[in-house]
Design a protein around this ligand. Sequence first.
Ligand code: BGC
Length: 524
Amino acid sequence: MMNLTIFGTGACLLQRSKMLVPLVLLTLCVITQANGNASVKKFPENFLLGAATSAYQIEGGWNADGKGESVWDYYLHKQPDIVKDFTNGDIAADSYHLYERDVEILKELGAKAYRFSISWTRILPDGTTNFINPHGIAYYSRLIDLLLADNILPLVTLYHWDLPIAFSNNGGWLNETTGDRFGEYARIVFNVFGDKVKHWITVNEPSIHCSFMYEYGIHPPLKKSPGVGFYECGRNLLLAHAKAYHIYDVEFRKNQGGKVGLSLDAEWPIAASDSLDDLEAVKDYLAFSVGQYMDPIFKGDYPERLVNRIAAASRRQGCTSSRLQPFTDKQKAYINGTADFVGINHYFSLYVYRNESVRGYETPSFLGDTELGTFQDPSWPQSAFTRMREYAPGLYCLLMYLKDTYHNPAVYITENGFPMTPAEDLNDDKKAHYLRAYLKAVLDAKADGSNCQGYFFWSLVDGLEWASGLQKYKFGLYQVDYNDPSRKRTARKSALVYKEIIHSGTIDFSYNPDPYGDKCFKNT
Ligand code: BGC
């Protein structure tokens, strides 16, 4: 039987050229593994198997008990058509009131950890330390206490995109001082919760966050500043992350003994052919995605190829300096080494090729800077989201790449998931398959030396999918009935499958539970 592990990082970087033949081979190898004896490898006891959510996507209670407005609250009230189905996060899955049920769900799953985010304006209503909202503190304290009482480790994100509106109006992440305010917020959160929370994620996905806000202008504050805002925002988020890290390091680490990292979105790029150009394209893709954030933290500066490409494009476009502002030596030193672990949000892979036709872009843009084109293999199983297809070897390759490129850092997969359409019922077989296949890839990567220490499925329950709304994409292990004011949660098949994996520590591809018949869950 062919084993996935024969594809080391080197081979991961190369494409399965003459696409079809090797692709078929690779796919076959994965399928053979998937249906074969997968129980050989086991997750160690201390491996954190859990699930993830974020505040705005599930909490609701948008103005409850003194919570202030975030950029999402403000814009989705003012301009509801930002969201395709005109929904918003006012109530969402109502976890502000139903957190006890969420913890019960985690218990049902046997989850060892829960990744959730704190809403900045629930703690600091206007974003500043002028007023600390005791009700916000009390809410998260109750949640954390409940989790710990059930031996579920909290992994807490400080910032999952819900910027206080006042800061957004003041330039948002294009304004470096937002990072100073973030530091002050982080200090309060560390101070209040740090005796109980030992895993902190400063910011979630700077790359997607910045591109949706400032490159494409599809997330509030809808500011299109192509080829400029994206880099500036990313730079300021890196500095803000480093600020929070140093505050923890200097003021809290000794007494609290926790860890601080950040979560990055990372697809796996596969070269579309074995031409030198396409192999270079893969390296460029990695530099523009994870490299833009990981290199300053793990290597002390931006990747050279990122710097050179943006500088060259800027010159062509007649800019007097590069649109990517370099870090000063002081800033480089400040950012370098500021992660005790890295969180990876991985959903899919794609083929990448050198596309010089985008080079002619006269106006600055991220895409023009990369000169890359991408596509996917239509045979990869498709989710409800066009781009999200199952190709689990991509996660294996990504973990191997991180190991080899960044001295094997501690990694948590802080998001990985596969949305279904609302039409699909509780029998979400494709999601259950995706979950098993990706967990298998994690096990394979661990066997080959990856320092991956945990995995958080996205998402625990169905939530608001940002500008795509509430209705279209169902990421939850648990379905949430949005027609029911009580927001009833019901386990899908994927939840039962995950429960079994967590319980046994192994992956059984033949286990086929019935989500309509399980008496141990609250479905019946
Ligand atoms: C974000 C989540 C989002 C998920 C699925 C990630 O980029 O962190 O908030 O729901 O992708 O699109």
